[in-house]
Design a protein around this ligand. Sequence first.
Ligand code: NAI
Length: 318
Amino acid sequence: ANSPLRFDGKVVLITGAGNGLGKAYALDFAARGASVVVNDLGGDFKGVGSGSRAADKVVEEIKAKGGIAVANYDSVEFGDKVVQTALDNFGKIDIIVNNAGILRDKSFLRISDEDWDIIQRVHLRGSFLICRAAWPHMRKQHYGRIIMVTSSSGIYGNFGQANYSAAKLGAVGLSNTLALEGIKYNIHCNAIAPVAGSRMTATIMGKELIDALKPEFVSPIVVYLSHESCNETGSLFQVGAGYFGKLRWQRSEGIVLREDGKVLEAETVRDNWHRITDFSKATYPTAKDSTNFMTHILKDMDQAHKLPQEDAKITDPV
Ligand code: NAI
C-alpha cells in the first residue's frame, strides 16, 4: 500500500495541458513514468487564437527532467486527431484528463449564441469527442481511466456563468454514464471540481489567493483516480488548496400523494410541500436505486425490477 503510484508504460492524454491545472497534471504524470500527450490549442482564456508555444514549453520541461512527452496542438473539438497523436506516438491510450477549457462570462441576457456554443463545444462536446475516440481502444485493452473536469459553477451555479455552468454539469452527466458503461471493461470515470489559481481565475481572484491555490494541490487526486489500483468510478469530488471531498446526491424521503380513484391536483402538492422537501429522513440514491421511489406503484407489476435497467435493451457489438 505504501508503494509509489507509478505510470511506467502508461499513456496519458491531458487536454489543455499548456497552462494552469493541465500543466501541473502533465508534469506529475511524467515524473511518475507516464508517456504524456500534452494537448493545447494555445489560444487565450476566452478561446481566441491558437499556437504551439504553450504545449511545446510543457513538453520541453518534461523532457528536460528526463520524462516522455509529445505535443498536440489541435482543439479538443477535433477529439479524434488529439487521440490519434497518442496512438501514433505511443501505440495506445490509457488515461484521459478532459481539462481543456475557456470562459465567456456574461450575465445571462448578454450571452450571445457564440458565447453559448463555444463553451459547449470546448468543454462538453470536446470531452465527448475525446472519450469517444479513445473508448474502443480502452475497451479492447480492458483498461482506461477518465477524469472529467467540472466546476463548482456547474454543481451549484454561479452568477455570470450560465453557459459554463450548463457545460460543466453536462460533463458530470457524461461522466456518470461513462462510469456505468465502462465498468465491465475496467474503464473508470470520475469528475473533479477543482479550484486553483490560473490565468482563468486571475480575472476573479487576487494575487495572494492565486498563490495560495497552486494547481499542484489538485494534481494528487487526478493521479490517484487514474491509477490502475484505484477502484473509484462514477464519483464527484471537490478539490483545491489541499482539500479533498466527495459529493453525492441526497433525496428527501418524499411522500406518495396518489390515492386510488382520486385526481391528483396542485393543491395537494402545495399542502404537502413540507413533506416533499423534508430532508430529515433523506437517502442517497445511486444509479441502481434511482427510480426506487416508484415501488409503491410497481410492486404488483412483474416488470418492476426492469425499470432501472433500460440499457439492457442496447445490443452493443464488441
Ligand atoms: P487555463 O486557462 O490556465 O488552462 C486551460 C488550457 O486549456 C489553456 O492552456 C488553453 O490554451 C487550453 N484550451 C482552451 N481551449 C482549448 C481547446 N479547444 N483545445 C485544446 N486546448 C484548449 O485554465 P485552468 O484554470 O487551468 O483550467 C483548467 C480546467 O479546470 C478547465 O476545464 C476549467 O474550466 C477547470 N476549472 C478551473 C478552475 C480554477 O479554479 N482554475 C475552477 C473550476 C474548473
